[in-house]
Ligand binder design. Structure first.
Ligand code: NAD
Length: 518
């Protein structure tokens, strides 16, 4: 069964559950390789978004009441459904985002793994528990639990149209929330497919996941719709707008924003492995990866060998849209101008520009950017300071790993990074001091494939975490309860009828317990 939207038809993101008459505007999503229309979608306006959120609110209560086991069962049914239709979804991702089919499979596989982890670990991370009461409330029992927020609004980007939103959706659902998802206007068909798949796999809680489609105006309407939280993934510039809109209603936000991730290659690193990882980290998905490697700092001891190896590997890459292509077109046409501006700015400042690609003369089209390596780029250039989000890589010679770390950390972003070193001890020390939310040693991007590890950044890369226990807690509010087990024989301290000497007695006990600490 194909539930992918058909060309030429207006596809309702919520598949018939939103009144189509509530919105009149539509937009097209197109294949970035060919320009062919993938689907036509409604721009959900304020009323349509409010209506969808209301329906989700009703569903949220039933979803929460299913409890951890009931939700796990249904999340497992969803992941089974995705796994059985992996190729169908990968084909849609390929058509709408442009990435190679094999990369789409990798992305969906990661999302399925996260669904499994979130479903399987929610009870342990969030389930009700008793905690110790301590001295002052020794006659009470204390209970802690993590309650769902109700409806979580998820606003997503186009670069990983499955993995990125599912990183929020899976954890929000496992924590007991319903979700209203606003996919990027560049990948609405994938968003609609994911929601339709939910309805097919989980028919008895079909309204727990819904999709609204449209541009930034639909996203802003979702921010104003009174949801329990907005999980936003996108650029820092849009993140600031989302925060400002959410501030109007004090709606809490999770911010997963851009990055300018660096790799450090130390004296004793495996240079071939580091080059392989840097090229993949920089060029896969046409460089449109929030945790992609955009800068490398290689020590003098390895710099020449590293540059030679990267150059050799980059020459073998071949952008295109066929099955053997190494990466696809740029998904968002306007990003091509950003990439060109960064490369031009570096070249003007004296950088050496190495353009790779197995056949640079036969670019498959204007939507493609050839793999580009930039050497000797001044640190104040756009290509070093700002997110390029294209298949480019700067390589800079540094004295040693300390200088590499200093330069790595000298950015407003702080999403992730990578360290290649022969010494685990030194690499771990550098990783801890790297100003980023995540770091992989002797590999790139690996933390994203470990569901138990939280994912998120610092600085302009955002705040809050998806994935892992932190990711589950992100979509809950803690609830604290105490229950008096018995009345204190000497009287209650928090009562106007307490004995006159109660405070003196308390001061004596505190002196004995805490006073000895110096
Ligand atoms: P974007 O900021 O342009 O758009 C993201 C989403 O926000 C889209 O759905 C868009 O329609 C919506 N939006 C736009 N204006 C809005 C507004 N005023 N109010 C509410 N929503 C609005 O980002 P993009 O181009 O889709 O994605 C690329 C960016 O996302 C890059 O910066 C990349 O690094 C980042 N990203 C971050 C992560 C992460 O986990 N940290 C993951 C993937 C992508």
């Amino acid at each position: 069964m194909s539930i992918a939207p058909q060309m030429d038809t207006v596809t309702d993101g919520a598949a018939g559950t939103v009144d189509r008459h509530a919105t009149t505007r539509t937009f097209e999503s197109t294949d970035p390789a060919t320009g062919a229309v993938v689907g036509i979608f409604p721009v959900h306006d304020t009323d349509a978004v409010a209506e969808t959120v209301n329906r989700a609110r009703a569903a949220a209560q039933q979803w929460a009441e299913l409890g951890f086991d009931g939700r796990r069962q249904r999340l497992n049914a969803y992941r089974g459904y995705l796994a059985r239709r992996l190729h169908e979804l990968a084909d849609l991702v390929h058509r709408e985002n442009g990435k190679p089919h094999a990369d789409a499979i990798l992305e969906i596989t990661l999302a399925i793994d996260h669904l499994a982890w979130a479903a399987g670990h929610a009870r342990k991370a969030l389930g009700p528990r008793r905690v110790k009461t301590g001295l002052l409330a020794a006659n009470h029992a204390a209970y802690l639990e993590y309650q769902p927020l109700g409806v979580v609004g998820v606003i997503g980007p186009w670069n990983y149209p499955v993995f990125t939103p599912v990183g929020s959706i899976a954890y929000a659902l496992a924590a007991g929330n319903a979700v209203v998802f606003k996919p990027s206007e560049y990948t609405p068909a994938v968003g609609a497919w994911l929601a339709a798949a939910w309805r097919a796999a989980v028919p008895d809680a079909e309204d727990a996941v819904q999709v609204v489609t449209g541009d930034g105006s639909t996203g802003a309407a979702l921010c104003r719709a009174g949801v329990g939280k907005i999980a936003f993934t996108g650029s820092a510039a849009t993140g600031k707008k989302v925060m400002a809109t959410c501030a109007e209603t004090l709606t809490p936000v999770l911010m997963e924003l851009g990055g300018k991730d660096a790799m450090i290659v130390d004296d004793d690193a495996d240079v071939v492995a580091a080059a392989d990882a840097a090229v993949w980290g920089a060029m896969s998905n046409a460089g449109q990866t929030c945790i992609g490697i955009e800068r490398v700092y290689a020590t003098s001891a390895v710099y020449d060998r590293f540059v030679a190896e990267v150059t050799a590997q980059v020459r073998k890459l071949r952008p295109g849209s066929d099955d053997e292509a190494t990466y696809g077109p740029m998904t968002m046409p306007s990003q091509i101008d950003v990439v060109r501006r960064h490369v031009q700015d570096a070249a003007t400042a004296g950088a050496q520009v190495i353009t790779g690609g197995s056949d640079p003369d036969s670019s498959p089209g204007e939507n493609y950017v050839a793999p580009t390596v930039l050497l000797d780029v001044p640190e104040d250039s756009l290509a070093v300071r700002e997110e390029t989000f294209g298949p480019t890589l700067t390589i800079t010679r540094v004295r040693d790993a300390e200088e590499a770390l200093e330069r790595t950390n000298a950015t407003s972003y702080g999403l992730a990074g990578s360290i290649f070193s022969g010494s685990s001890k030194k690499a771990l020390d550098l990783a801890r001091r790297m100003r980023s939310g995540m770091t992989s040693i002797n590999s790139v991007l690996t933390f994203a494939s470990v569901p138990a590890l939280p994912f998120g950044g610092v600085g302009e890369s955002g705040f809050g975490r998806i994935h892992g226990e932190d990711g589950l807690k992100e979509f809950t509010r803690s609830k604290s309860i105490t229950r008096q087990r018995f009345a204190l024989p000497g009287g209650n301290l928090t009562s106007f009828s307490r004995p006159a000497n109660a405070a003196d007695g308390l001061a004596r006990v505190i002196g004995i317990v805490h006073g000895r600490h110096r």
